[in-house]
Design a protein around this ligand. Structure first.
Ligand code: NAD
Length: 445
């Protein structure tokens, strides 16, 4: 009978904290490591420093019995069967992934290792990184370090569920013992049917980028179709259902809107393009998807200028700052790009978001747009004195608003639905003009 396994997870962000907490909840002893003192102080009190549904409860449930936090990597990895690297891989100027954190952690782990271990790359890294991590590890320890690529597919906003009930667990390794360790760790999440897919490290690394690039491309493609709908009188919502009913296409990721954001799609597309360039291959589709993603915000702004008779001096209410619902993540959020464009045209913004006001304020201060934005706790408060409303994130609470109240508040009587969540006829019925993405404009009755 094997004893309970101990692991360490380096990097306690969205991925590391979710993975560490879920492993702990399945009985594994987990030490999460981070170097961000502020984050650690919160975690050491059992508090989660960012918003992710269900996560805070799970942390509280498992901390401090099976789940602990520290900045002391050497102690954390002592006795650990596996060490997961879940640090950031942010984009560099040329779009390539910055691997300095991953390789730095690999070196620190190797230098501190007092026994053989499995080193698992969970961060999203370009093909070839596994080999680089292996070389770094080999150079700095005499112990056996088997390097495994185990990309993470969780979605912010539903991360715990995704981790607990994964569609697939991709494990890239040539090492049978390391695969055994991974199989055991993931067994609690792999009970209904075997979802573990073993492959080479290179393939595993490519799976992650290819998946994100294809999903992002679907969104960009639909946004392009939305433009065709807009100029020709089609309705992209009908087109979406017509297309998605074909089983080969499916309903997922066919929603037109203001474009994709977040820490993954934009960054991973650019990194994939960069990897292609390094191998002398033009990644034309991924490149096009990246460029196309900038168009919806610009198109929305052009429409707003037309509908509102210019934006100079206008006050725009903005519902939603997060790049998608159920997260406080505003990295590359279309709402923030929209604010930049509005500022350039002389408009001011009254913005609200159920979770992302703090993170957005930080980003807006850094980006020089905070001076034109008033943050409002409540959605209707954001509409007070506003000319028009833009919905930029499809939070549930924005889907069925009190339209009569909005009609009374909005001076120019326009709603710009950047996520196609409202029913145009109902908006018009309430005395408001409606413009979605790729849908016919419906004027107030
Ligand atoms: P994050 O920025 O939220 O967290 C990274 C954490 O690592 C931070 O807390 C940082 O302080 C810590 N860190 C950095 N260097 C460190 C070091 N040397 N030692 C200890 N801690 C260190 O990032 P994230 O969103 O969790 O993403 C992590 C990786 O997972 C990235 O490669 C990302 O592309 C990938 N990924 C992210 C998601 C997602 O939805 N966020 C999904 C799948 C994969």
């Amino acid at each position: 009978m094997l004893r309970a396994v101990k692991i360490a997870v380096i990097g306690s962000g969205y991925v590391g904290l979710v993975a560490g907490t879920c492993f702990a909840d399945s009985g594994t002893t987990v030490v999460c490591v981070d170097r961000d003192e502020r984050k650690l102080r919160a975690l050491e009190k059992g508090e989660v420093p960012f918003y992710e549904p269900r996560l805070a409860d799970l942390v509280k449930k498992n901390w401090p019995d099976r789940l602990t936090f520290t900045n002391d990597l050497p102690t954390a990895i002592r006795g650990a069967k596996a060490v997961f690297i879940a640090v950031g891989t942010p984009p560099q100027e040329d779009g390539s992934a910055d691997l300095s954190h991953v390789l730095g952690v690999a070196r620190e782990v190797a230098e501190s290792a007092e026994h053989d271990l499995v080193l698992v790359t969970k961060s999203t890294v370009p093909v070839g990184t596994n080999e680089r991590v292996r070389q770094v590890a080999q150079k700095h320890t005499k112990h056996k370090v088997a390097v495994v690529s185990n990309p993470e597919f969780l979605k912010e906003g539903d991360a715990v569920n995704d981790f607990m009930k994964p569609d697939r667990i991709v494990v890239g390794t040539e090492d049978d013992d390391a695969f055994e360790v991974m199989s055991r760790l993931y067994a609690p999440f792999n009970r209904q049917q075997n979802r573990m897919i073993r492959m080479s490290p290179q393939s595993a690394e490519i799976v992650k980028y290819a998946s994100n690039a294809l999903l992002a491309t679907k969104i960009s493609f639909m946004n392009e179709i939305a433009r065709i709908c807009e100029v020709s009188g089609g309705d992209v919502e009908d087109v979406r259902i017509g297309m998605g009913s074909d089983k080969r296409i499916g309903m997922h990721f066919l929603y037109a809107g203001l474009g994709f954001g977040g820490s993954c799609f934009p960054k991973d597309l650019r990194a994939l393009v960069n990897t292609g360039n390094e191998f002398g291959i033009s990644m034309r589709v991924s490149e096009a998807a990246t460029h196309a993603n900038l168009i919806p915000v610009k198109a929305m702004i052009a429409n707003m200028e037309k509908d509102l008779g210019g934006l100079d001096g206008k006050v725009i209410a903005l519902w939603g700052l997060a790049f998608k619902p159920r997260t406080d993540d505003v990295r590359e959020a279309p709402a923030l790009r929209l604010i930049t464009e509005l500022k350039q045209r002389g408009a001011t913004v009254r913005a609200t978001d159920p979770q992302a006001m703090e993170t957005a304020l930080e980003k807006m201060k850094a980006g020089g747009t905070a001076d034109v934005v008033t943050l409002c706790e409540k959605p209707y408060q954001a509409c007070e004195g506003a000319d028009a409303l833009v919905i930029a994130t499809e939070w549930n609470e924005y889907r069925n608003p009190d339209l009569e109240q909005l009609a009374a508040l909005l001076r120019k009587k326009w709603i710009f639905d950047g996520r196609n969540v409202l029913t145009p006829a109902a908006v018009a019925e309430a005395g408001l003009n409606y413009r979605g993405i790729g849908r016919p404009v419906v004027l107030a009755r």
